[in-house]
Design a protein around this ligand. Structure first.
Ligand SMILES: Nc1ncnc2c1ncn2[C@@H]1O[C@H](COP(=O)(O)OP(=O)(O)OP(=O)(O)O)[C@@H](O)[C@H]1O
Ligand SMILES: Nc1ncnc2c1ncn2[C@@H]1O[C@H](COP(=O)(O)OP(=O)(O)OP(=O)(O)O)[C@@H](O)[C@H]1O
Ligand SMILES: [Mg+2]
Ligand SMILES: [Mg+2]
Lengths: 228, 228
């Protein structure tokens, strides 16, 4: 359902070329829960953004929801992402003028839905991430971990087939973090969602089916989690 | 050197009052390394901002560098903070138009210093956080953990007596995180700096002399780290 073939991503800084990713072959099957780990700066966020069609590679091919992105226009890629992907950004990207509840509802609004029809779902998501009593707070009236949880809830509101999460527990205490990881695990086991989590947290990786390790823009190792 | 007495912080949300902190007595001695832990939303960032004079309490007293802040004007508090405190924010607060190197140098500039005289110190800080080859990158050309490391380096550039760090390893892999924690520990042991770290990471807390636990805006427990 997600795939990169020989993918590279370079950034030009004057005369210097930064190789953020080099020759990455990465595949995620439908309904899998995969974790991506690696040192700071190793290319994890870059890979996640390519997988979600938020950016294009310098070289190689990316397939999202089975569609090869190099063959599609930007508009087509945007539609595929909106239909299929929930993205949890490393720094959330919440709208500062909207409340927690409105930020969570935003993907539905963008999709042309009538938000009133989804009130029950939004209430349930707020409760799932422990923010029922913070629904009217704007981002600057929320703690760091509360903002992160708004971003997490938002990623699930369209019931997407694929959830891409960039360090979803980075600002959470271990108890709250485990609740979120449990939510991701259940989405996979009960609802068949495909989950890709970038994480520095070994405990988060332990919730996945397998772990891929990045270093200096390349895949260097794999680990299969034999859950027992 | 840092103290809160019976400190409370309330936010008014229409008819509802949010008690971010309630009756907090907290003291840090000169040259100590203290960690503050607690669930997401328990008041850790709020407490750190009050300790650094970035905000005022609703009730109670705050002393910074031995001075009682309620007796001082905003300008006086700002001067005391600039002279004595290096702050690492939970979400960094880097200037998007400046490079990593320029962001690190900013406190010196604000202090009216000639930055050229401090080139060696800035080079050393860049190397200490592993960003020598990223000095010309702006924040949007840096990974999340690289941005965090710029914020960390910036907090040390004025050799402040006090460093207040809000989740300084939240976006770092465990190896890089330990290097940063080692840097904080050495600042305390070798240079006598006073360090207060808010963290969700038990390993980070283990580098401290003692740990204070917050829950629902109150101090609920203490732990002395008997380092041996
Ligand atoms: N401006 C504000 N208006 C209303 N409530 C606020 C405001 N700022 C913070 N709060 C509330 O105060 C409480 C404490 O916030 P704080 O940022 O100190 O938590 P924290 O312990 O740092 O959490 P985290 O670990 O998630 O960063 C939270 O419940 C938050 O919703
Ligand atoms: N726009 C850009 N221009 C130049 N270099 C960039 C740009 N964006 C990212 N990079 C570089 O690409 C590399 C990979 O970045 P990426 O954000 O994918 O790392 P990461 O693995 O997510 O790191 P972290 O764990 O710190 O979040 C980094 O070394 C970074 O400096
Ligand atoms: Mg990243
Ligand atoms: Mg906080």
């Amino acid at each position: 359902i997600l795939e990169t073939q020989r993918v590279s991503k370079q950034y030009q800084m004057g005369e210097v070329t930064v190789d953020a990713l080099a020759g990455v072959d990465f595949t995620v099957g439908e309904g899998e829960f995969v974790a991506i780990m690696g040192p700071s700066g190793s290319g994890k966020s870059t890979l996640l953004h390519l997988l979600g069609g938020l950016d294009g590679p310098s070289d190689g091919e990316v397939a999202l929801a089975g569609r090869q992105l190099s063959k599609l226009s930007d508009n087509q890629i945007t539609l595929i992402r909106r239909r299929n992907v929930g993205f949890i950004f490393q720094f959330f990207n919440l709208l500062p003028t909207l409340t927690a509840e409105e930020n969570i509802a935003l993907p539905l609004l963008i999709d042309g839905q009538n938000i009133k029809k989804h009130k029950e779902k939004i209430d349930r998501l707020l409760a799932l991430v422990g923010l029922a009593d913070r629904r009217d707070h704007k981002p600057d009236q929320l703690s760091g971990g509360q903002q992160q949880r708004v971003a997490i809830a938002r990623a699930f509101v369209t019931d997407p087939a694929i959830v891409l999460a960039d360090e979803p527990t980075g600002n959470l205490d271990s108890k709250t973090g485990e609740e979120i990881l449990g939510l991701l695990r259940r989405s996979c086991d009960e609802f068949g969602q495909t989950i890709v989590v970038v994480t520095h947290d070994a405990k988060a990786a332990s919730f996945a089916d397998r772990v891929t390790f990045l270093m200096d823009g390349r895949i260097v190792d794999h680990l299969k989690m034999t859950g027992d």
